[in-house]
Design a binder for this molecule. Structure first.
Ligand code: MLT
Length: 403
């Protein structure tokens, strides 16, 4: 094959996706040290089983598929009405936000949606991306040729980076005025911190002023413990005119393997809403019926209570990690309204070197901060999604290493 035929933008990316690189390192270690039990606090993958309300709904849907009268083939690409209605009511009316079912697009994951949404925008658009942040926002724009070239400082030449660190309380400055698309993630992956209402009000007002769009990833909103914090960008006046919101059942209801999420494109941006509808109807055939019934059950009274309890269990892990690291004398951020703990490493420690050391000495896996952008160098992310006993064991091993 002639390489001229291929999308040369892929050549601008690091060779492997962050979490594939980590998985490869773990596989090599396990082969070398098969006797060691590796504790995985790296990728944010859930460990609790699906809750009973979800399992019961799935079983009922499977039975329906067994009968000619209730069997379903292709469904609406943007999701069944029953699920879009449940989301509109359970997610938005419940917070006094008016979102109608036809503004909601059900999909098989927020990762796909946040990566695909950029297709709707011109290749000349300038993107602003927090640093550090979930790598898919950047990588999908690199693939599309919007990012420019990789520079020595680890930044791409055409991307406007919004630094989020302890110095600015993880609240980014406004990006330059030439920005067209602003990616935000709150609660944030990886720092586990939350954007304040004031920050979001400023960003929405600014986006409207400079005619930019906000792409708001709310995949971790259900981990917010304080009701006064912003769960949805549409709580901010004016946001419906400039913001698309992404939500996922992966972390809120344990669907990482089941796959279901949704994206909201309000009528106030009708041209964009129609384009997303056109894109999804052309390139996607919808989430299967069984999974959509399972997602609907998350909003039932039993589903809500059961998923809340699972989240509480993860947040107990988060508290244990925070306390455990702090009692070793480390500085940590996040983990109060998010399942991620952002661990500041001793001065001068490179996060990938620390990854190797933690794996070698403790058989514990985390995620190197610099994998989320140069702004994450010197930090390390631990997830609270692990088994509680294994999480405690990991902390014992880390404390022993710290001595
Ligand atoms: C993470 O660990 O950052 C997430 O699990 C990745 C994802 O949701 O795709």
């Amino acid at each position: 094959m002639d390489s001229e035929m291929l999308n040369s933008n892929y050549g601008l990316l690091p060779e492997t996706y962050l979490f594939s690189q980590i998985a490869q390192k773990i596989a090599v270690y396990q082969k070398r040290r098969p006797e060691r039990e590796v504790i995985r606090l790296g990728i944010g993958d859930v460990t609790c089983p699906l809750v009973p309300a979800v399992i019961e709904a799935m079983h009922r849907a499977v039975d329906e598929m067994a009968l000619a009268e209730s069997f379903r083939g292709y469904g609406p690409e943007q999701g069944y009405e029953f699920l879009r209605r449940a989301i509109a009511e359970g997610e938005y009316s419940a917070r006094n936000i008016d979102i109608s079912p036809d503004e909601i697009f059900v999909s098989d994951g927020s990762k796909c949606d946040v990566a695909n949404i950029q297709e709707l925008f011109s290749s000349q658009c300038r993107v602003a991306i927090p640093d550090p942040v979930y790598p898919v926002y950047l990588d999908s724009n690199v693939m599309a040729g919007r990012a420019g070239t990789l520079q020595n400082d680890g930044h791409y030449s055409r991307v406007n980076y919004m630094l989020c660190n302890a110095d600015n309380g993880f609240q980014p400055e406004l990006p330059p005025r030439d920005t067209d698309l602003i990616y935000l993630c709150s609660p944030n992956n990886p720092t586990g911190t939350v954007l304040s209402r004031t920050t979001l009000e400023k960003l929405v007002a600014y986006a409207l002023e400079i005619n930019a769009m906000i792409l708001f990833d709310a995949a971790y909103a259900d981990y917010i413990r304080d009701d006064s914090l912003v769960h949805s960008i549409y709580e901010i006046p004016g946001a419906k005119k400039c913001a698309v919101e992404f939500h996922s059942f992966s972390k809120s209801a344990g669907f990482t393997g089941v796959r279901c999420a949704f994206t909201v494109v309000p009528h106030e941006m009708e041209q964009l809403r129609r384009m997303w509808l056109r894109r999804q109807t052309t390139k996607f055939n919808g989430v299967n019926y069984i999974v959509q019934r399972a997602a609907e059950a998350v909003y039932s009274p039993a589903g809500r209570e059961q998923t809340r309890n699972v989240i509480l269990r993860y947040m107990n892990n988060a508290a244990a990690i925070r306390n455990g690291l702090q009692s070793c004398g480390y500085t940590v951020f996040g983990g109060e309204h998010a399942p991620y703990i952002w661990w500041k490493l001793p001065e001068g420690t490179k996060s990938f070197d620390f990854f190797d050391r933690l794996l070698e000495e403790c058989a514990v896996v985390g995620t190197p901060g610099s994998g989320f952008g140069p702004g994450g160098e010197g930090f390390f992310r631990l997830t609270a999604f692990g088994d509680p006993a294994k999480t405690r064991e990991a902390l014992i091993r880390i404390a022993a290493m710290a001595q």
